[in-house]
Design a protein around this ligand. Structure first.
Ligand code: 13P
Length: 255
């Protein structure tokens, strides 16, 4: 039997959100979202470390998940500027984005580091959102599948088969991030079905259960078409998530 996959709409604030902004945002968003039992999707917010506790408190009991945007694989030690899984758990954080293309491009995040971070997050009970995706040059050179195979294979290498379905993967083509150039529904479907097949190479059961999201210029006016694709299980939303009204409209588009 095919398992039902609950759609997941996550907002990635990136470098946005003072504590004051976070608090105001959460209040507005809760007023716009239906009650958890009537929501067409799981909803999450990926916010700066300094806004995590504000969001956890403001969203308590609402069912909206709160995620960090990065995490160290280490628990403690001489790693200046890093944040560990126990530190996130102490704040009652639900999940963490790992391997966002901006962290890979600007801060040297490697596939090898992600290979260590994913099992640490899962063991801690944090729900990881693993980001993968190709550049425009890679797509044009016909290298999309090679890139995705490499990123997914490396990052999930140390995740046991029985935990694969607890990972959320976000397919975010780099050429679509922050560019207004959204992937067509067909492009999103094709790449996401490929990502699911890669997981199927490890476990067919996990492939049917794992949620694979689309990310890259997702907006209220293009979300429904993308979310309607068979293999697309939700969206990781950057710019449009900064406006609670736009974000709530994207959540509604998952219905
Ligand atoms: P935009 O929605 O701003 O293109 O960002 C997508 C993204 O990177 C989400 O993680």
């Amino acid at each position: 039997m095919m398992p039902e996959r609950t759609p997941y709409i996550a907002g990635n604030w990136k470098l946005w959100g003072t504590r004051a902004q976070a608090s105001e945002y959460c209040e507005k968003l809760l007023a716009l979202l239906p009650d958890a039992s009537r929501r067409p999707a799981d909803v999450g917010l990926c916010v700066p470390f300094t806004a995590l506790d504000v969001c956890v408190e403001a969203l308590a009991g609402s069912g909206v998940l709160v995620c960090a945007q990065n995490m160290s694989a280490e628990e403690s030690g001489a790693y200046t500027g890093e944040i560990s899984a126990p530190m996130l758990l102490e704040l009652k954080v639900d999940g963490v984005v790992l391997g966002h293309s901006e962290r890979r491009a600007y801060y040297g995040e490697t596939d090898r580091a992600l290979q260590e971070k994913l099992p640490v997050a899962l063991a801690a009970g944090l729900k990881p959102i693993l980001c993968v995706g190709e550049t425009e040059d890679e797509r044009e050179a016909g290298d999309m599948e090679r890139k995705l195979r490499h990123q997914v294979g490396e990052a999930l290498h140390e995740v046991p088969d029985e935990r694969l379905a607890d990972v959320v993967i976000a397919y975010e083509p780099i050429w679509a991030i922050g560019t207004g150039k959204v992937a067509s529904p067909e492009q999103a479907q094709e790449a996401i079905a490929f990502v699911r097949a890669l997981v199927g190479g490890r476990s067919e059961e996990a492939a049917q259960a794992i949620r694979v999201l689309y990310g890259g210029s997702a907006k209220p006016d293009n979300a429904a078409e993308i979310l309607a694709q068979t293999d697309v299980d939700g969206a990781l939303v950057g710019g449009a998530s900064l406006d609670p009204e736009d974000f709530a409209r994207i959540v509604a588009a998952a219905g």
